[in-house]
Design a protein around this ligand. Sequence first.
Ligand SMILES: Cc1cc2nc3c(=O)[nH]c(=O)nc-3n(C[C@H](O)[C@H](O)[C@H](O)COP(=O)(O)OP(=O)(O)OC[C@H]3O[C@@H](n4cnc5c(N)ncnc54)[C@H](O)[C@@H]3O)c2cc1C
Length: 85
Amino acid sequence: MMNNVTVVGCGAIGLKTALEIKKNGFEVNAIEEHTAIGEPSNCSGLISKSGAEALKLDLTESTLQKIKGAKIFAPNWKNIHILIN
Ligand SMILES: Cc1cc2nc3c(=O)[nH]c(=O)nc-3n(C[C@H](O)[C@H](O)[C@H](O)COP(=O)(O)OP(=O)(O)OC[C@H]3O[C@@H](n4cnc5c(N)ncnc54)[C@H](O)[C@@H]3O)c2cc1C
């Protein structure tokens, strides 16, 4: 039986997927089109509380600002306003 899996793309989801597949006993090859993983950076540093908890991240010392909502704009300037409880 073949136990090799190839994950294409080493972004957050691809790497998490590769780790989970590896944990289940498969050999994993992860392929990334860029020469360095994580570059260019696609993160402004915003992370949800539930996301941090799911990843078991301790943000005590790295949190610069807590936010209570956001206005998200489409290219035509229509926007939605999200409020977080
Ligand atoms: C400017 C910017 C700021 C952002 N800020 C935040 C933020 O503050 N907080 C937040 O939660 N989210 C933020 N995001 C969104 C966040 O980056 C994405 O939700 C997240 O990266 C999605 O992860 P992913 O693994 O699904 O995809 P990606 O991170 O896009 O990873 C996909 C990977 O696959 C590779 N790839 C694609 N096609 C191929 C191929 N054919 N062969 C090989 N490799 C391939 C790509 O190079 C890339 O590395 C931001 C996005 C941008 C653009």
